[in-house]
Design a protein around this ligand. Structure first.
Ligand code: ZN
Ligand code: MN
Length: 428
C-alpha cells in the first residue's frame, strides 16, 4: 500500500496592519480584544479594504514557489458557523486564487504546489474551565494558505518540505514562521492507496504545532488506516486531531466537502487585476533563494555541500559569511577557512563583525585547520598503513602515535596532535 499525503499550510504574514482593516496585526502577548474595530469584529455594515502589502507578499511567495500568477483573481466568502468567526464567513479565495500550479523540489522529488491563496485569520478561542473566551486580536490577521498536491509518500519528505517552506518564507522576510507562536500551522491529509490510484477518502489531521508531531501523526495515521484497509473496510473521511499525551490521532468531526461552505464571490471587494509589469516588479523583489544560494556558494567559494547547506539555512548567516569571505580573500584566507571558523566555533554573528572575524582567524592562523585537507591526508595515511591500523585495532595502542606522526608530517602546517588522534579514531 502506498501512502498518499498532501499538505495545507497556513502562514501568518507580519504586515503592520490586518488584512481588511487598519488594526495592528501583531497580537502575540497583547491584552485580549485590544486590536479590534467594526471590520475585524464582523459588525454589520463594516466594509473591508484589502491590505496591498499582504497581497504583494502572497504573490511573492507564490513566485518563489514557481507558481503562475493569473492576471485576474478575486476573494470569496467561505461560510461556516463557529464562534471564532463573527461574520459567519471567512474572507478567502476559492476558484481564482492569486497563485496556482507551482512546484518545489524536496529530497530530489518534485512536489506540486496546487495553489497559494490569501485569507484572514479567525479569532482565538480560549477555554478556561467551563468557560470559553474569545480574543479578537487575531481576527483578520493576514493568512496565506499553501496547498500541495497529494505528492508525499513519507513523513520524512513532509518534514523536509516544511523546513524548506519555512526557510523560503524567512528569506523573503514576510513572516517569522514561528510555530510556537502559531505563525505556521500544518494540516496534512493522509490516505493509503492499494491500487496506485487516488484513494476514495482522506483524513485530515489538525492541532499539529511542531515538526516532531507531524512526523508522529503521519506515521500513526498510516498504521491506523492500513489496519482498517486490511480488514477490507474503508477509513472514514474525517478530521482528526493529534493528541500528544495519548500519542495518537483522535476523531474530531466528519470532513466538510467544499460544497458545504457555500462559497460565493465576496461582494464587498472588487476583483483584483494585475498587470504583467506589476508581477515582474514583485518578482524582482525576491532575494536569491536558499537552493540557488547553496549552489552558488559551492561553485563560487568551493565550499562542500555540507558546509554550504549550514551557511545558507538562514539568510543573515549566509550574508555574513559572504561579507567575511570577501574580506578574507584580501588577507589570503580561503572561503573554506572562513566557513570552518563560523561553523566550528559557532560564531554569534550579532556579536562579531565580519572584519573582526577575519582578524580573529588571522591571529590564530596556525591552529585553524582546513578540515577537508586534513580528512584527505588522514584517509591517505590510513590507506597506506593498513597493517598499523590492524595492529591498533588488535590492541596495540602505541601504533596510534605512529599514525598521528605520519599525518602531521604530511600536513606540514602546525596542528594539534590530539585533534589528529581523535579524527583518526573516528575514521578507523
Ligand atoms: Zn480591525
Ligand atoms: Mn485556510
Amino acid at each position: 500500500m502506498k501512502p498518499v499525503i498532501g499538505l495545507e499550510v497556513h502562514v501568518e504574514l507580519k504586515t503592520k496592519s490586518k488584512m481588511f482593516c487598519g488594526c495592528k496585526a501583531e497580537y502575540f502577548g497583547e491584552k485580549p480584544n485590544t486590536h479590534t474595530c467594526p471590520v475585524c469584529l464582523g459588525l454589520p455594515g463594516a466594509l473591508p479594504v484589502p491590505n496591498k502589502k499582504a497581497i504583494e507578499w502572497c504573490v511573492m511567495l507564490g513566485l518563489a514557489l514557481d507558481c503562475e500568477i493569473p492576471l485576474f483573481s478575486k476573494f470569496d466568502r467561505k461560510n461556516y458557523f463557529y464562534p471564532d468567526l463573527p461574520k459567519g464567513y471567512q474572507t478567502s479565495q476559492y476558484d481564482q486564487p492569486f497563485c496556482v500550479d507551482g512546484s518545489i523540489e524536496v529530497n530530489s522529488k518534485k512536489i506540486g504546489i496546487t495553489r497559494v491563496h490569501m485569507e484572514e485569520d479567525t479569532a482565538k478561542l480560549i477555554h478556561e474551565g467551563n468557560e470559553s473566551l474569545i480574543d479578537f486580536n487575531r481576527s483578520g490577521v493576514p493568512l496565506v494558505e499553501i496547498v500541495t498536491g497529494p505528492d508525499f509518500e513519507t513523513a520524512e519528505d513532509v518534514k523536509a518540505y516544511l523546513k524548506k517552506l519555512q526557510q523560503i518564507v524567512r528569506y523573503i522576510d514576510i513572516s517569522d514562521v514561528d510555530m510556537e507562536k502559531g505563525q505556521m500551522r500544518l494540516e496534512p491529509n493522509i490516505s493509503l492507496s492499494s491500487d496506485g490510484k487516488l484513494p476514495k477518502y482522506k483524513v485530515e489531521v489538525k492541532n499539529i504545532n511542531s515538526f516532531n508531531f507531524v512526523d508522529k501523526a503521519i506515521n500513526f495515521e498510516l498504521k491506523r488506516q492500513e489496519k482498517i484497509l486490511k480488514e477490507g473496510k474503508l477509513p472514514t473521511q474525517e478530521t482528526r486531531g493529534w493528541d500528544e499525551k495519548k500519542q495518537q490521532t483522535i476523531s474530531q468531526r466528519n470532513k466538510e466537502e467544499a460544497s458545504d461552505y457555500r462559497y460565493f464571490p465576496e461582494p464587498d471587494i472588487p476583483p483584483i487585476r494585475f498587470t504583467e509589469s506589476q508581477i515582474s516588479n514583485l518578482r524582482s523583489q525576491i532575494p536569491e533563494l536558499p537552493d540557488d544560494k547553496l549552489h552558488r556558494f559551492i561553485k563560487k567559494f568551493g565550499l562542500t555541500e555540507y558546509d554550504s547547506e549550514i551557511l545558507t539555512r538562514e539568510k543573515t548567516i549566509a550574508d555574513y559569511f559572504e561579507q567575511a569571505a570577501k574580506l578574507g580573500i584580501e588577507h589570503n584566507l580561503s572561503p573554506q577557512q572562513i566557513a570552518n571558523y563560523i561553523i566550528n566555533k559557532k560564531i554569534n554573528i550579532d556579536e562579531i563583525l565580519p572584519a573582526a572575524l577575519v582578524k580573529a582567524i588571522l591571529s590564530t592562523k596556525t591552529v585553524v585547520v582546513d578540515d577537508s585537507k586534513l580528512d584527505q591526508i588522514i584517509e591517505k595515511v590510513i590507506g597506506e598503513n593498513q597493517k598499523a591500523v590492524k595492529d591498533y585495532k588488535n590492541g596495540k595502542e602505541v601504533v596510534m602515535m605512529f599514525l598521528v606522526g605520519q599525518v602531521m608530517k604530511e600536513f606540514k602546517e602546525k596542528i594539534d596532535a590530539n585533534l589528529v588522534k581523535e579524527k583518526i579514531k573516528e575514521k578507523i
